[in-house]
Design a protein around this ligand. Structure first.
Ligand SMILES: C[S@@+](CC[C@H](N)C(=O)[O-])C[C@H]1O[C@@H](n2cnc3c(N)ncnc32)[C@H](O)[C@@H]1O
Length: 189
């Protein structure tokens, strides 16, 4: 079977992220991606994970506490990804970042990621992205505001210069349930 967008996002991360490198989970939620990134960066790497909801931070902290070795590799940042500039050194080289855009499952659907702040975070990430580094966005868009954010992300990705970035769009086009749509921005050098 073809990989879902979520499965494929992990393949794209796994292909490039090496022990000792730095990664960002821009939307930690329940911490699935945070834990996955923490495995990949190994003992000498580090993961910076962002979320605006206390519930997300608590759920992620609980997940990481199950494997204390992983918890040591992660900074849980109680702030929006648009503040990335304030939390990561300007000269840090980020090898991989992931966004799961939308709302926290089984939670308040009013707290959603937003086009403008997502763009701000992307600007800050691309400035720090390592050669061959990847930024992955998995866009859920079935909720109110989701379609606008998807359009904004698509426009942002389309406008990136081909000389500097490869941009991939992965989506199923015959499904009725609005499965998530993936974008991957790869820095060429
Ligand atoms: C689809 S969920 C993420 C799921 C997560 N990747 C996981 O493994 O469970 C989206 C998350 O983005 C968070 N969020 C909303 N606005 C944000 C912002 N400006 N910065 C960081 N996170 C934000 C929400 O609180 C929510 O937890």
């Amino acid at each position: 079977m073809l990989a879902t967008a979520l499965q494929y996002s992990h393949t794209l991360l796994q292909e490039i992220l090496q022990p000792g490198e730095i990664a960002v989970d821009a939307t930690m939620g329940n911490g699935h991606d945070t834990a996955f990134l923490a495995e990949l960066v190994g003992r000498t790497g580090h993961v910076y994970a962002f979320d605006v909801q206390e519930l997300a931070l608590n759920n992620t902290a609980k997940r990481l506490a199950e494997t204390p070795e992983l918890a040591k590799r992660v900074s849980l940042i109680p702030a929006g990804h648009e503040t990335l500039d304030q939390h990561l050194p300007a000269d840090c080289s980020i090898k991989a970042a992931i966004f799961n855009l939308g709302y926290l499952p089984q939670s308040d659907k009013a707290v959603i990621t937003l086009p403008e702040t997502t763009r701000q975070a992307l600007d800050a990430l691309l400035l720090r992205l390592a050669p061959r580094g990847r930024v992955i966005l998995v866009c859920y868009y079935g909720h109110v505001g989701g379609a606008e954010e998807l359009a904004s992300v698509r426009d942002y990705c389309r406008a990136l210069p081909q000389k500097e970035y490869n941009v991939l769009n992965y989506q199923f086009i015959n499904q009725q349930n609005q499965p998530p749509i993936l974008f991957c921005i790869e820095k060429k050098r």
